[in-house]
Write a protein that binds this ligand. Structure first.
Ligand SMILES: Nc1ncnc2c1ncn2[C@@H]1O[C@H](COP(=O)(O)OP(=O)(O)O)[C@@H](O)[C@H]1O
Ligand SMILES: [Mg+2]
Length: 252
């Protein structure tokens, strides 16, 4: 098994609040990994640190053995680390396909020779075809020409995932992708997450819905007040007294 992320003693405080407090764990290549914990546990902060949106105070984030702390988000995207946001960030006023193409632009890496010999029109055409493939994959192609502002909420979130996929992730970090979705939409989302995972992409999922995480994830880490309180396979984590206490608020 190849270790993809080796996170060691990660620390990030805001004022007096330790949002991520001495957190260590590993994520293996190819895993479908869950990060759970009550509101304010530090889950989003952890994603911000991994994806270069925020800098750790101390600790290490090794990605295939190399420390990535201090690297810029676009560099991390190019090395395959791609995220979605808890609140959907779309390019408003643009169609679904145009939105997905923006993701394609971010990861487009033509060689210098191709830059000289390939004209812009051809490149745009390539991106368009690629965006159409991703839209099909995510199952939103009937909305390809719809302005994203007009989509039902669940579909907006799927466009967010499609944009991320267009960046060609090695690891896709999803921040509460099911938040605000109705049951049918969540079921669709679960299918898409499984499909993405089956293509070989490592998936890290922040999720509030315990049942979803327990069913979907192979390995889970649990945060509470910035601290890691549990780590393991779903069967272990769901029976962990600390986890039950954190979720049910019962003293152990
Ligand atoms: N940019 C910020 N400035 C100040 N406090 C923050 C900031 N981001 C997060 N926090 C605080 O850090 C803690 C963890 O937040 P967050 O990572 O968003 O938790 P979660 O995603 O698990 O709900 C919370 O107490 C939150 O208020
Ligand atoms: Mg959050």
């Amino acid at each position: 098994m190849t270790v993809m992320f080796d996170i060691k003693n990660l620390q990030k405080s805001f004022g007096g609040v330790a949002a991520v407090n001495d957190v260590s764990f590993q994520i293996n290549e190819g895993e479908l990994f869950g990060v759970i914990g009550p509101n304010g546990a530090g889950k989003t902060t952890l994603f911000n640190l991994i994806t270069g949106f925020s800098n750790a105070d101390s600790g290490e984030i090794l990605y295939y053995g190399k420390d990535i702390i201090g690297k810029k988000t676009h560099q991390l995207v190019q090395s395959g680390i791609v995220r979605t946001f808890q609140s959907t960030n779309l390019f408003l006023g643009n169609t679904v396909l145009e939105n997905i193409m923006m993701g394609g632009f971010l990861s487009y890496r033509p060689s210098i020779l191709r830059n000289i010999f390939t004209n812009t029109k051809l490149r745009e055409k390539e991106l368009l075809i690629y965006a159409e493939e991703i839209s099909d994959f995510v199952g939103i192609s009937k909305y390809n020409d719809t302005i994203v502002d007009n989509l039902p909420y669940g579909y907006k979130r799927l466009v967010g995932i499609a944009i991320a996929l267009a960046c060609k992730p090695k690891v896709l970090l999803l921040d509460e992708p099911a938040a605000g979705m109705v049951e049918e939409e969540t079921k669709e989302l679960v299918k898409i997450i499984k499909k993405v995972h089956q293509t070989g992409v490592t998936v890290v999922l922040i999720e509030h819905d315990m049942k979803m995480v327990m069913n979907l994830c192979e390995k889970i880490t649990v945060l509470e007040f910035g601290k890691k309180i549990s780590y393991g396979i779903p069967e272990e984590v769901s029976q962990d007294k600390e986890v039950i206490r954190a979720y049910l608020g019962v003293e152990s």
